[in-house]
Design a protein around this ligand. Structure first.
Ligand SMILES: [Zn+2]
Ligand SMILES: [Zn+2]
Length: 104
């Protein structure tokens, strides 16, 4: 068998653990204690892994982590129960309204 490829293939007689497709060749020697997958399923796995690593999604749209606090706004005195950051205690905190007003 000359495919013009430099990758060694092992002749096997297995079926894909996911879709059941027959596998006659693998690029590695199957150990027997791990499921093997056809090339289609392998590619699907690789694609989904790449997605879950967060390559394409933008951070700004997700819900932000909020910290529960028991503080009052340094400007207007309004009670603040949640902050998008962990308050350090040595800086004044402001409610959302005052934060926005400060930003302009
Ligand atoms: Zn498969
Ligand atoms: Zn305020």
């Amino acid at each position: 068998m000359a495919f013009g490829t430099d990758r060694q293939m092992f002749d096997v007689d297995l079926s894909c653990a996911k879709c059941g497709a027959h596998i006659s060749q693998l690029p590695f020697q199957p150990s027997g204690d791990r499921p093997v997958y056809c090339s289609d399923c392998n590619r699907a796995f690789r694609d989904s892994n790449r997605d879950s690593r967060g390559g394409g999604f933008s951070r700004s749209t997700g819900p932000r982590q909020m910290y529960s606090v028991n503080l009052t706004c340094a400007t207007c005195g309004q009670a603040i129960t949640q902050l998008p950051f962990q308050p350090t205690g040595d800086k004044p905190v402001y409610c959302r309204d005052c934060m926005q007003a400060k930003r302009g």
